[in-house]
Ligand binder design. Sequence first.
Ligand SMILES: C[S@@+](CC[C@H](N)C(=O)[O-])C[C@H]1O[C@@H](n2cnc3c(N)ncnc32)[C@H](O)[C@@H]1O
Length: 318
Amino acid sequence: MTTTKLKPDWAGDDLLSRLVNRAIQTPVLYALMKRQARRVLIQTAEKNGVAWRQTCVDLDTPALRQRLDELTNPAVVYPDYYQVPFHAYSEGNLCWQAAFEAAPATYAMALRVWPQENLSWQEAQARLRQSFLNVLDQYGPAQVHDILDVGCSVGISTMAIHRHYAQKNAPTNPVRTVGLDLSPYMLAVAQFQDTQHEIAQWVHGAAESTGFPDASFDVVTMQFVTHELPRQAGRAIFAEALRLLRPGGALAIVDNNPQSPVIQALPPVLFTLMKSTEPWSDDYYTFDLEMALTEVGFEPPVTVPSDPRHRTLVARKG
Ligand SMILES: C[S@@+](CC[C@H](N)C(=O)[O-])C[C@H]1O[C@@H](n2cnc3c(N)ncnc32)[C@H](O)[C@@H]1O
């Protein structure tokens, strides 16, 4: 009998996981891995048509940089878990380099999902977003007017969901979408690229306490955010999403699927690099999202392996 493993052996408290963690905590080794990871990531992306370095050059303009002050909410308090190195940036998401590289990194990520299919990065990105939206269409609310994209980063996920519902809704029911992120650098890029002002607001804030009124959204999304959080933060954000949703509304989450055979069989070099740049991996891969969502008050969620590497959860508010 074959049993489905709930998580990869390289995450959590297994021996393999602990060995990997020890390697990562060795400063010389960590510095080496970081440098190597960046080199491989950029080279592979550019080989596949993602203009990684050129995108950064194009974005780095005074017009964009000056948005930082306008977008920064000085009242925002950064949680400790957020102020650690992430994705090989020593300042985590709180720097220009992370913001300029976020879009190319997102395009490269989608390309890794269907490596055998020779997709262009544009096709892979569209398919990644559509596979999530298909699950939301099936299990989310029929009527969607107000959407909050939590952890919107540079706005790729925000724009995809906004355009999806803008196209679906009748002209009499225009969709209003808000993007929220803790990094004002990411938001500056998002706002700069939203040239047609499609998104109602780009908000600097913590997803745990957004300040929006109760029952003000039909859909809240967390797209590729949960794996960047320790579980207590995930739980607090789920509770906040429940407060923000109208009855019948849905929280939709897409992220790495711990049960994915592809994720479980990642080569050691890749999972070590992944763990070395994503500090909350062990917590994420052992976090029972379904249970946490139910415990904060959602109806039992639906979970669908929406692509070979990711799962989508849709949790409704009763
Ligand atoms: C991997 S990115 C998300 C990418 C984006 N949603 C997409 O699908 O392209 C994760 C984002 O979550 C943001 N984030 C992490 N913790 C947060 C929190 N507590 N509140 C708001 N944003 C947060 C980070 O700043 C980062 O921009």
